[in-house]
Design a protein around this ligand. Structure first.
Ligand code: NAI
Ligand code: MG
Length: 497
């Protein structure tokens, strides 16, 4: 990507930032019913960059009514799969056309390096819509031979589940919205998106693009606000048939409770404390680089971050040294500075949370090989940190920190069951990373680890591969066929001939 000059950047986003930020409901831009707004901050300097609608139950009621109308009577469910597919694909193309601008909004709002926002968040979002555009025409039921006496024609139908509430976090604001919205639309659902209160801006720009692309009114509704108000109103609403949530495990449990009223279908993508296991036969250079990327990418604010490193005693020092070298070289700065590799964490609250863990770890006897505190500059910056001398009872080892902090632990045995038991000793089960050149060790470990995604010798995310958690890392899967089928109901049909 060519570097954007400050002037060009200003031009790209000037009109967006100049306009008041409202909710997108039933094809119209509406202020919050209460007239209230709240401030949005740039994590790189803590300055206010926008004010957005502070929505509550009344706004969610309007959004649900719009989504219900578009689902129950509107054109969306009557369109052919091909027509829906074309619109979703067109949205992907429109996002690509606006990728520089969307990336910049994401950088200013979330803090991440602009380069990454461009190639991962913006480009990935465009691709997500195009991937799921293809699924709109490929959802099918089956014909099934039954054993009941008589002549029967039996089959299943896959139907959209209805109105879907999509509640997303702040670490990949646009990508997370797309990960839910694209399959929901492909399945024929109508949606209400609530972005995180820390990062609502790219969702608002997405709403404008959706309008330009020509989606019928009410198919996509976007409501900004806080979790306890707007978020809770969506999860409790009797007019919402499905909730898909990504965020903390604690809020995931609150959502399950809220969804009880009308037994909403629920997909949860929650926290993690994912192990990175390095065997002595691994390519240590690559393992160290991969393990560093796995915890420092997006300033550690990744649900699948590799936050517990287990390296064999024979290679532990080399792996940790390799990671520390990389950590020390990472260029820390504001996301808009062209050579920034490590941006700030998202908010003052997150900075306090991460530094709180670092202090608790230090107090309990953990040793920082590198990093260990906040960076002394305005904005919410934390040093990339590698901790050793941790024990299983320390909060830094047990809990999701969601910052650039990894606990490095050595193991001194060859018993795969015992190694797996230590890696599995967590309430979470989102991802795991294994580094070895031995095929047998690799595949045996894959089976022993309790996690929804195991990567051996590298790898990333792919739209075609299901992603989700075992244990308290969630319910259901996103991406791939599973990621769209969770927005459908399965109907069995039996016809006597
Ligand atoms: P959170 O889980 O509170 O927020 C995520 C989303 O849920 C936001 O849109 C928020 O408005 C909404 N929300 C919050 N309370 C809600 C409620 N009662 N009903 C409905 N929606 C609600 O996460 P938070 O507080 O921003 O971060 C806390 C920790 O959660 C982080 O330190 C990290 O450990 C974890 N987290 C995990 C993420 C993941 O990708 N799995 C993403 C963000 C946070
Ligand atoms: Mg919260």
């Amino acid at each position: 990507m060519t570097a954007i000059t400050a002037a060009e950047m200003q031009k790209l986003t000037a009109s967006f930032f100049a306009a008041p930020k409202k909710n997108f409901i039933g094809g119209k831009w509406l202020e919050a019913w209460s007239g209230k707004t709240f401030a949005v901050y740039n994590p790189a300097d803590g300055q206010v960059i926008a004010h957005v609608a502070d929505s509550d139950r009344a706004d969610v009621d309007l959004a649900v009514a719009a989504a219900r109308a578009a689902f129950d009577n509107g054109p969306w469910t009557r369109m052919t799969p091909q027509e829906r597919s074309k619109l979703i694909w067109k949205l992907g193309d429109a996002i690509e056309a606006h990728a520089d601008e969307l990336a910049l909004i994401e950088t200013l709002d979330n803090g991440k390096p602009l380069k990454l926002a461009r190639i991962i968040d913006a480009a990935g979002t465009a691709e997500k819509f195009r991937y799921y555009a293809g699924w709109a025409t490929k959802l099918t039921g089956e014909t099934i031979d039954v054993s009941m006496p008589g002549n029967w024609h039996s089959y299943t139908l896959r139907e959209p589940v209805g109105v879907a509430g999509l509640i997303v976090p702040w670490n990949f604001p646009l990508m997370m919205a797309a990960t839910k919205m694209a399959p929901a639309l492909a399945a024929g659902c109508t949606v209400i998106l609530k972005p995180a209160e820390q990062t609502p801006l790219s969702a608002i720009r997405l709403g404008e693009i959706i309008q330009e692309v020509g989606f019928p009114d009410g198919v996509v509704n976007i409501v900004t606000g806080f979790g306890e108000t707007a978020g809770a109103a969506i999860t409790e609403h009797p007019g919402v048939d499905k909730v898909s949530f990504t965020g903390s495990t604690d809020v995931g449990k609150i959502i399950l409770n809220a969804a009880r009223g009308n037994l909403k279908r629920v997909t949860l993508e929650l926290g993690g404390k994912s192990p990175v296991i390095v065997f002595p036969d691994a390519d240590i250079e690559k393992a160290a680089e991969g393990a560093a990327r796995c915890i420092f990418f997006n300033t550690g604010q990744v649900c699948a971050a590799g936050s517990r490193l287990f390296a064999h005693k024979k290679v532990f020092d080399r792996v940790v040294e390799g990671m520390a070298q990389r950590a020390k070289k990472l260029k820390i700065g504001a996301g808009i500075e062209p050579d920034t590799e490590l941006g700030p964490v998202v908010s003052q609250e997150q900075l306090d949370r991460v530094t709180g863990y670092l202090e608790a770890g230090a107090k309990a006897g953990a040793r920082a090989i590198t990093g260990g505190s906040r960076v002394d500059r305005p904005g919410y910056f934390v040093e990339p940190t590698i901790l050793t001398d941790t024990t299983e009872d320390m909060s830094v080892r047990r809990e999701e920190i969601f910052g650039p902090v990894v606990c490095a632990v050595s193991f001194d045995e060859d018993d795969l069951d015992r190694i797996a038991a230590e890696a599995n000793n967590t309430p979470y089960g989102l991802s795991a990373y294994v580094w070895t050149r031995d095929l047998s060790t690799a595949h045996k470990m894959v089976r022993k680890i309790k996690a929804g995604f195991v990567r051996v010798n590298g790898g990333g995310l792919d739209n075609a591969l299901p992603f989700g958690g075992y244990k308290q890392s969630g319910w259901g899967r996103e991406n791939g066929r599973e990621g769209v089928e969770v927005y459908t109901e399965l109907k069995s049909v039996m016809v006597g001939l």
